[in-house]
Ligand binder design. Sequence first.
Ligand code: SF4
Length: 338
Amino acid sequence: MTKKPFIIPVFLPQEGCPHACVFCNQRAATGIRDPSPLEPEGVRAAVEEFSRHRGPGRERAEIAFYGGNFLGLPEERVRALLAAAALCVKEGLADGIRISTRPDTLIPARLDLLSGFPVRCIETGAQSLDDAVLAACGRGHSAADVEKAAAEVKARGMALGIHLMAGLPAETRDSAGASARKTAELRPSFVRIHPTLVLLGSGLEALWRRGEYEALSLAEAVFRVRIMYETLAAAQIPVARMGLFSPEPGSVLAGPEHPAFGHLVMSAVFLEKARALLQSAGVKGGEAAFRVHPRDVSNLRGQANQNLRTLSGDFGLAGVRVIPDPALSPGELALSPA
Ligand code: SF4
């Protein structure tokens, strides 16, 4: 598996967006309140500033235009920002560029603007592949647009990241699972999954205040994202992130906000794997021992060892041992003979 690049984010909050999607308030999400657009000359300063956080062993770095609809910007601005980033790449400050843009901008006429620039990856917010959910969110594009966009990006040889959300208006457990299945069929390079939060100043805030939107509980959000994760993992699609970058303090009014959301989901994934192994081995009582890749020890244990207590209670176990085993692959779980 290719190593994840070091991402140097350059935020363009809601720039190029045709309208505000119901769940979105990039100013609340990124904390950037200055409404003046970033000048191309500011790209270098942003890159130099953020590169100070680059740790050892992160060889590849990509300048990422995030927070807006990059290919919805005027042509001149697209070229000027890309040229500024490309200069940083040429000078060795980074190795490539990635952009975040809406699926309905991933059409040949807009993608052609990227020609000649070192754009390695495109991230696009599908959010859902259920047209009813997309309409309820005021996205202004359909699931078919996402399918066409994926084909266009892949035909141009760039990596494709698809963002999905859980808990959007009109979404059900079934539609969340179906969105993950359809996304897997598009064979993206990776997927990010975000739980829906009610952000201050978003359209969702108004719906929530009128009682027309109910946020998912943390448990339900973990359930839905687990199903989505398992669907993608079964199709060998990497899930790069589950959860949101820390929003501005005070900007989340409701919803399943948790600082370790991804860990909660992975703990739920491992709890289900462990249950399935114990059930198929007919274990009842005694002790159980599991082997996992060292990276997954805390995923198997769960938050404050909750998974081990749950398994002990459900299967009448006197104890559960967790054995780190580097011979296993990340994500694998094996029941050791007692
Ligand atoms: S979700 Fe994306 S397209 Fe919609 S308003 Fe936010 S940044 Fe713009």
